[in-house]
Write a protein that binds this ligand. Structure first.
Ligand code: ATP
Ligand code: MG
Length: 146
């Protein structure tokens, strides 16, 4: 389905704000009138998974940006949560992978969320990557072909 992608993302973010009023959510959208062929249902699931992880792993603030760069539509989601050690970052998209957090943060999960996110983005011929600083926060960037 061809979708005005910025509006679509803005709607997801606005719904998310209502669900989590205690989180400070900042946005910068610079992609007006970009129509992409997307699966709305699956892409919503993917974005919500990343946003929910930010909350689950300790953020106060989430910054969401959309940009067009070198023929790619980029969606970046940055949080100021607990962060992830460098050597573990490449494992995040593996099925059932979870960082052992000891008593730092007691969360439950299956370690499937980011596995599905990666599959969904790949099914759109896109990519997702992560850059994170332990104790500072995490930045996920999703790239989709324009
Ligand atoms: P679920 O299957 O319920 O999503 P999960 O959240 O543990 O379980 P993933 O969403 O796949 O699984 O995330 C994998 C792991 O990556 C998490 O267990 C957590 O350790 C780490 N992680 C993911 N997102 C963040 C984030 N924003 N900040 C810090 N750590 C994160
Ligand atoms: Mg998760």
């Amino acid at each position: 389905e061809t979708i005005e992608t910025e509006d679509f993302i803005a709607t997801i973010v606005n719904d998310f704000k209502i669900t989590y009023p205690e989180i400070d959510i900042k946005t910068s959208f610079q992609t007006q009138n970009t129509n992409l062929v997307l699966d709305k249902f699956y892409l919503t699931t993917a974005l919500l998974n990343v946003l929910e992880n930010a909350v689950k792993y300790g953020c106060n603030t989430i910054t969401i940006k959309t940009k067009i760069h070198q023929n790619q539509f980029s969606i970046s989601i940055e949080d100021d949560g607990i962060g992830i050690e460098k050597k573990k970052q490449s494992l995040l998209f593996e099925k059932f992978y979870r960082v052992e957090q000891g008593n730092l943060h007691n969360t439950k999960g299956l370690g499937l969320g980011l596995y599905y996110v990666d599959q969904i983005i790949k099914a759109h011929q896109g990519s997702i990557n992560v850059v994170s600083d332990l104790g500072k926060g995490t930045l996920f960037t999703i790239l989709l072909k324009v």
